[in-house]
Design a protein around this ligand. Structure first.
Ligand SMILES: [Cu+2]
Length: 275
């Protein structure tokens, strides 16, 4: 989940590359990122390769962990400076490489991503009630993905594929009740994400989105259950979710390359009923 609002915010927080919280030991194939209001705890170094990245939300707001890989030679401070200079367009040397999408306080979500070596950042682009993206309040955490030879986890086999296009989601088959391993595949020309939302009865994706607009009152009529944060053209990521009967929505909040407006405004939502 993210908002274009974030792109107009000062990301000076990154310039000082704060290491919020304590470093944790990295374990091959698995990384835990703890989100609070407003910071991340994560290992400083993560081995490359297929990795189950878990976000645990210990905050009081909705959080996710958007991973961004910087090109060789680029630093978190460079990223902050570039975003400050041109808030509408992330620098081309920053690659959006997925991560676990939004969950409510007390919840957790996992995304399986194939991490490549290099300097990374975990960002939370979810806005608070005032429309300020959490990244601007300190939710930016640098970490290094290191070259690894050795243990790699096996790639989970998806039983549902969600294909993201400009600007729609296409499901390989209807989602039934029970647990599913889902692959998000980006076949669009832009970066896309998927937030899986369990909607409240009679609520729509639009109602849920409206609850995150600045000035909205009351809790959102639905519960985000993770998904995959922004991935670029040709990329994929995997997540597992448990489906109870009822209404669900898939939503892309990623800002349009040209206009900066979120993709849901261009119709990138999908509602479905699990029976
Ligand atoms: Cu999108």
């Amino acid at each position: 989940m993210k908002s274009h609002i974030l792109l107009s915010l000062c990301l000076a927080v990154l310039a000082s590359t704060p290491l919020t919280g304590q470093a944790q030991a990295a374990q091959p194939g698995k990384v835990t990122i703890t989100a609070t209001d407003y910071g991340f705890k994560s290992p400083e170094q993560v081995p490359s390769g297929l990795t189950a990245i878990e976000v645990i939300n210990e905050g009081a707001e909705v959080h996710h962990a958007q991973l961004v890989r910087l090109a060789p030679g680029k630093t978190p401070a460079d990223f902050a400076a570039a975003m400050k200079a041109d808030p509408e367009h992330p620098p081309i040397w920053a690659t959006f490489v997925g991560g676990p999408n939004a969950v409510v306080p007390g919840d957790r979500a996992t995304a399986v991503m194939d991490l490549q070596p290099g300097q990374h950042l975990a960002l939370c682009l979810v806005p608070n009630k005032a429309g300020v993206a959490h990244v601007a309040m300190g939710m930016a955490r640098p970490f290094m993905v290191t070259e690894t030879i050795g243990t790699r986890i096996a790639e989970p086999k998806p039983d549902v594929v969600i294909t993201a296009r400009d600007f729609q989601f296409v499901l390989s088959r209807p989602i039934t009740a029970g647990s599913h391993t889902i692959q998000l595949l980006n076949e669009g020309s832009q970066t896309h994400e998927v937030v899986l939302v369990k909607l409240a009865p009679a609520a729509t994706a639009k109602d849920f989105i409206a609850a995150f607009e600045p000035g909205a009152v009351g809790p959102p009529p639905g519960r985000p259950l993770g998904g995959i944060v922004g991935i670029e053209q040709g990329s994929r990521g995997l997540f597992t979710a448990m489906f109870d009967p009822g209404p669900y929505a898939l939503i892309c909040f990623f800002p349009d390359k040209k206009t900066g407006a979120p993709h849901f405004a261009q119709g990138m939502t999908w509602e479905f009923d699990v029976r």
